[in-house]
Design a protein around this ligand. Sequence first.
Ligand SMILES: CC(=O)N[C@H](C=O)[C@@H](O)[C@H](O)[C@H](O)COP(=O)(O)O
Ligand SMILES: C=C(OP(=O)(O)O)C(=O)O
Length: 372
Amino acid sequence: MLLNKILNGFQDEAVYIIAEIGQNHQGSLATAKQMISEAKKAGCHCVKFQKSDLPAKFTRSALERKYVSDHAWGKTYGEHKEYLEFSKDQYLELQAYSRELNVDFTASAMDERSLDFLLELNVPFIKIGSGDANNFPLLKKAAGLDLPLVISTGMQTMTTVERIVQIMEEAGKHNFALMHCVSSYPTLPKDCQLQTISLLRQRFPSVVIGYSGHELGISISKAAVLLGARIVERHFTLDKNQKGSDHRCSLEPTELRTLSRAIGDFKLGKKPLAASEIIRTLNGGNELAEALRDVHDKDIMLCELPCRNKLGKSIVATRNLSKGHRLQLNDLAIKVSEPRGLTAETYWDILGKELTDSVCEDEPITGSMLIL
Ligand SMILES: CC(=O)N[C@H](C=O)[C@@H](O)[C@H](O)[C@H](O)COP(=O)(O)O
Ligand SMILES: C=C(OP(=O)(O)O)C(=O)O
């Protein structure tokens, strides 16, 4: 697999291209297969899905909340997500089909049970999406595997990214990559913050840096490669005008083919190009210049707040806990919760803290419930 060669430092000039089918298959196995075939024809190395175990990823109230949107596939968020989930047999069929077409097949593990599911499937690598980049227990479990990891960093601060790398280092894990990502759909050029790629390369010189983009078009993704991204992930669709939250910021087959050919034509070496050279090389205008503006730090962006509020993970109780109880590891789970609680990255920091209030199973733990 090309990804292994890149992660092992054997292929400075190669870029691994992932077609993120995600949930753009509309819940249809036939459409998913057609998408796999089109992604392969477009020159992608990998087709990727999103795997969630709904009660493991979401609290009951998050699943029961009404989902009022033109993009909803059910009345509640749970019904919507259920409609878009494939079964194990369907995953096996999609995996067999991808094998026939000689394209790598994997999914993001959106909770620990989904990680186990993907391990049973024997996928070649695991993607951890931005929603789980601060889910340290999931990262720790994934870091203990031999499999390569591709970890997105949307909706996260540099401090959280440093902790991700620390978790990998503590597990002795070397075969992982960090993806620059801005979790807004579509991301405006001014919000793309491509120079975060340079920042991540400087801060973590031994880690392969990639780009998971949600912007419109392909120029910004090309620029990401010229800046040093060696994995590129883009959402893929057969038609951008379909129902579904991600279609608009996805690439259709022709665009994906144009992007993969352009990447293949670049003469890449170890040294990235400067912003001005990139703009010249790509004949870019204002939008590319905006995407390439200097970046001095990595923080959660305003444009990411809607996604963070919808899919950011919180700490919830695994069982009923009484006032005065001191929190232990097995009291806590990390889920998308409605309403939200303490953010996932505080998981290890609140161990041993005393509850000032009782909390019910599957409900969020908030800062005001703790004696800090
Ligand atoms: C952060 C994250 O997981 N983002 C994913 C990857 O980019 C997205 O595909 C979401 O699953 C999608 O946008 C959710 O849409 P809805 O809420 O309509 O199912
Ligand atoms: C959420 C995902 O990706 P990203 O954060 O890279 O958009 C994913 O791969 O499921």
